[in-house]
Design a protein around this ligand. Structure first.
Ligand SMILES: [Ca+2]
Ligand SMILES: [Ca+2]
Length: 150
């Protein structure tokens, strides 16, 4: 079997982990904690799933997918940012998969469309959604993912 069809699944613990994918195909699950997930280099592709916590997700050389599976995995509230930061994202071949949290395009931040905001001082691009389920009595949150660069 060619090595390219092999896949390795990596599972983080409930604490903060640093996981590096190998040069095959990888699925990296950060789980809870503030994790650093780094996609593999080489011919493989990686799927990075940060999970809970404020994660740093680093793209590799091939086509990588960054997947958010719950709104609470990456958000902003009155206490500040709890959003994941994606580093090295290349729109030409990388994919940000937010279908599980109901976002599938860009717009004004409502109705499944994310608002794109570029912060020049930080050189970060923020994708924000305002459809976050509000818990009565809770702290209002908005969904946010940050990408390094413009
Ligand atoms: Ca973890
Ligand atoms: Ca996260």
């Amino acid at each position: 079997m060619p090595s390219i069809t092999e896949r390795t699944d990596w599972y983080g613990t409930a604490k903060s982990d640093a996981i590096n994918g190998n040069d095959g195909n990888n699925i990296l699950y950060g789980n809870a904690g503030n994790d650093v997930l780094t996609a593999g280099e080489g011919d493989g592709v990686s799927v990075l799933i940060g999970g809970e916590g404020k994660d740093r997700l680093v793209a590799g050389s091939q086509s990588d997918t960054f997947r958010v599976t719950a709104e609470s995995d990456s958000y902003y509230d009155s206490t500040g940012g709890h959003s994941d930061l994606i580093v090295g994202f290349d729109p030409a071949h990388d994919l940000l998969d937010l279908t599980a949290v109901g976002y599938d395009g860009l717009g004004h931040g409502y109705g499944g469309r994310l608002e794109l905001i570029y912060n020049e001082a930080l050189d970060r691009t923020y994708l924000r959604g305002y459809d976050y389920d509000y818990t009565p009595g809770g702290d209002p949150k908005l969904f946010q993912v940050a990408l390094q660069g413009d």
